[in-house]
Design a protein around this ligand. Structure first.
Ligand SMILES: [Zn+2]
Length: 92
């Protein structure tokens, strides 16, 4: 009997007027980063909404390319909005 896995949400189809986000190499500013939400692990590229030191950012992991990038660190509410836009195909 298999144990049910938690699947995060999948990304919606990319919209034609999507926002192109700026992605940066990760900077370790604080030792503790909390993952608040993440997209489904079955995809090659996963996005995580992260919180650290009172800030928020979105981390993108590409397992095929072996790369990790993150958005600029910002207000947690702004980072959550960015994460939701990615989920909805409004930002990439
Ligand atoms: Zn999945």
């Amino acid at each position: 009997m298999s144990v049910p896995e938690y699947h995060g949400p999948h990304l919606g189809p990319l919209l034609p007027d999507r926002v192109e986000l700026a992605w940066y190499k990760p900077v370790r500013r604080t030792p503790v980063v909390r993952v608040v939400a993440h997209t489904c692990d079955c995809q090659a590229i996963t996005y995580e909404l992260c919180a650290a030191a009172g800030h928020g950012f979105v981390r993108r992991t590409d397992r095929e390319q072996g790369t990790v990038h993150e958005t600029a660190w910002t207000l947690t509410a702004v980072a959550r909005r960015t994460f939701e836009m990615i989920l909805d195909g409004q930002a990439v």
